[in-house]
Design a protein around this ligand. Structure first.
Ligand SMILES: NC(=O)c1ccc[n+]([C@@H]2O[C@H](COP(=O)([O-])OP(=O)(O)OC[C@H]3O[C@@H](n4cnc5c(N)ncnc54)[C@H](OP(=O)(O)O)[C@@H]3O)[C@@H](O)[C@H]2O)c1
Length: 302
């Protein structure tokens, strides 16, 4: 069995990916700062997320690296949190690059998480890989994360960056929070409701990473998002319908700003702004989405 080393592998995407890769015959090795709270059927190794440690031995002869590590953006954007969102991504990527310098049998491919938020928050433009990146904290972090990756990626390792949208899954991520909001009767349109919600089912997230590992034609950067993004208004309506919730209170901007800060302890702009992205490269390079529409994804998840 070939090892896949998943940095930041103990979170929502990492655990889902590990399960998926195991069914494909890989052995996932999860690397993170803290041991998972629940018992997991995978090898776990601790690191400090900054310096090279004995975790580097796992890189020898492994099939692939997947780097997901970084502080969650689901928080209030204090200066300290903004700093950590950036620094955690840069330092982890630098540490992996440093460890690879002395690897004698390095992995053949490094799949690097990135964000579709790199395109900023244009209200209507549909962004593809050909679009320019946007303005704000997330584009700044996304660009720095990718630039660091490109700087430390050794010449003999294939590099794949995935500019990923909002991943919807069963056991975590933002869908869980949205379902709670809908149950409380608060799942109406947020703000003007026209902000884009680009989303990706966790199965497709995992399978895109699997393809990036096994298929040597994958190289460079891709938008990892389902081909049919929708507006916040449409997303919430479909979620309410699926959950058989007949109503959802509309939340104007000032309520969202207040609620996000005082009740949900998160950044209201994650809700009030959004983007429409289109996975042009994945579609032209023959990736077949299992969940291409939101209806199909919600039928599976809710
Ligand atoms: N979920 C989404 O919809 C989505 C969409 C696009 C991009 N992404 C990106 O994909 C990655 C994984 O997402 P996720 O939803 O699985 O996140 P998650 O559940 O928050 O998991 C994050 C992982 O990174 C580690 N981590 C957290 N803070 C860290 C820090 N300060 N320094 C180093 N490692 C840290 C965590 O383990 P320890 O804290 O124990 O180290 C954990 O293994 C993140 O970088 C996220 O920004 C996620």
């Amino acid at each position: 069995m070939k090892d896949v080393i998943i940095f930041g592998g103990t979170g929502f995407i990492g655990l889902s990916l590990a399960q998926h890769l195991q069914t494909k015959g890989f052995k996932p090795i999860l690397i993170a700062r803290s041991k998972p709270k629940h018992k997991i059927p995978f090898t776990f190794k601790q690191w400090d997320a900054e310096t090279v440690g004995d975790w580097k031995d796992f890189l020898e002869g492994a099939a692939a690296i997947v780097n997901l590590a970084g502080k969650s953006v689901d928080c209030i954007k204090t200066p300290a949190n903004c700093d950590l969102i950036l620094r955690s991504r840069i330092n982890t990527t630098l540490a992996i690059g440093e460890a690879l310098k002395t690897a004698t049998m390095p992995p053949k491919v490094w799949v690097q998480m990135s964000t579709a938020h790199i395109y900023g928050d244009p209200p209507k433009t549909v962004c593809t890989e050909e679009s320019t990146t946007g303005y704000g904290l997330a584009p700044f972090v996304g660009k720095a994360w990718e630039e660091t990756f490109l700087k430390v990626l050794p010449n003999n390792i294939r590099g794949v960056r995935l500019r990923t949208s909002f991943v919807v899954g069963k056991n975590g991520g933002a869908l869980k929070a949205l379902k709670r909001i809908v149950k409380l009767g608060l799942g109406g349109t947020a703000g003007n409701g026209q902000q884009g919600m680009s989303w990706l089912h966790e199965f497709d997230m995992n399978e895109i990473i699997h393809q990036a590992i096994i298929n040597e034609s994958y190289n460079g950067f891709y938008i990892a998002s389902a081909p049919k993004p929708v507006s916040n208004e449409v997303f919430m309506k479909k979620l309410r319908t699926k959950m058989k919730m007949p109503f959802g209170l509309f939340a104007p901007e000032f309520i969202i700003r207040f609620g996000a800060k005082y009740f949900f302890k998160t950044d209201p702009e994650l809700i009030l702004y959004g983007r429409y992205v289109y996975p042009k490269r994945l579609l032209t390079e023959a990736y077949a989405f299992k969940f291409a529409t939101l209806e199909e994804a919600l039928d599976d998840l809710v």
